[in-house]
Design a protein around this ligand. Structure first.
Ligand SMILES: Nc1ncnc2c1ncn2[C@@H]1O[C@H](COP(=O)(O)OP(=O)(O)O)[C@@H](O)[C@H]1O
Ligand SMILES: [Mg+2]
Length: 234
């Protein structure tokens, strides 16, 4: 099947260069939220492609609980549905050399009991909370380490609040549930700006998402997809 990547990351247009604006430059956790069919996995593919262009990863793993997803045909990294394989990968990354890069993708595992994403303390959630340490080079902390990309169908019951607090990049499709509208607002420093940004995304139509960049701690930044910064939201 073909994916219309250009709709999300235009090939001709490079992402912003400044590190504070660059969602993909440094190791981080990113989360894509949207109901089934909203375009989460397509967005993941686009992020993976963009990451692939700018980094050479020493290892990667794509974890899913739905291995019948046709999109997986275009995934060029090892794919698994097995919590044991995820654990083995984590063990290997914990032993990785300084100055190495690793990519972990967690797609559609929210509903799977096997991965137990709401466990406060498990091998897996501990890794997410400590992922910054692995592979990183103390002299170049912004350059090496672990990139984690996740998806969730709803923010409610989706990973623990401590993990969510560490997520810098949010790709938010307009939620079906009013409870999630409120949860989206809680993510932002300015709930009113968030509300306005969400309405703009809703009006932009299907497959559009709000990209909330919390990378720059002084202020949130809002984009329609990757392309257009939304300003004057206050
Ligand atoms: N940006 C897009 N442009 C065109 N079609 C899209 C786009 N994003 C998603 N789709 C369509 O919607 C379908 C569902 O998208 P998908 O990413 O699998 O949703 P989710 O992972 O949220 O369930 C895709 O197979 C594709 O046909
Ligand atoms: Mg999907």
């Amino acid at each position: 099947m073909s994916i219309e990547h250009e709709m999300i990351i235009p090939k001709q247009k490079p992402l912003p260069k400044k590190i504070a604006d660059d969602p993909l430059g440094s190791p981080s956790m990113s989360m894509v939220v949207g109901s089934t069919g909203s375009g989460k996995s397509v967005t993941l593919m686009n992020i993976i492609m963009a990451l692939d262009k700018r980094h050479e990863f020493d290892s990667g793993l794509f974890v899913t609980s739905n291995n019948r997803d046709a999109l997986l045909e275009s995934v060029e990294m090892p794919i698994t549905t097995s919590p044991q394989e995820l654990e083995d990968w984590i063990v290997s990354v914990k032993q990785a050399k300084q100055g190495t890069k690793h990519l972990l993708v967690l797609d559609d595992i929210q509903g799977s009991k096997d991965f137990n994403i709401m466990a406060g303390r498990s091998f897996f959630t501990n890794f997410l909370l400590s992922h910054r340490h692995y592979g990183s080079d103390p002299n170049k902390p912004a350059e090496y380490g672990v990139w984690v990309l996740m998806t969730a169908q709803t923010l409610k019951n989706s990973y623990t609040p401590t993990i969510r607090d560490q997520i810098k990049q949010w790709f938010l499709f307009f939620p079906r549930k009013p409870t999630d509208v409120k949860l989206y607002e809680d993510l932002a420093q300015d709930p009113i700006a968030m509300k306005r940004a969400m309405m703009l995304v809703k009006n932009a139509g299907k497959y559009n998402f709000l990209f909330l960049n919390k990378h720059d701690i002084s202020e949130d930044r809002y984009f329609l997809n990757f392309k257009d910064e939304m300003k004057d939201l206050k």
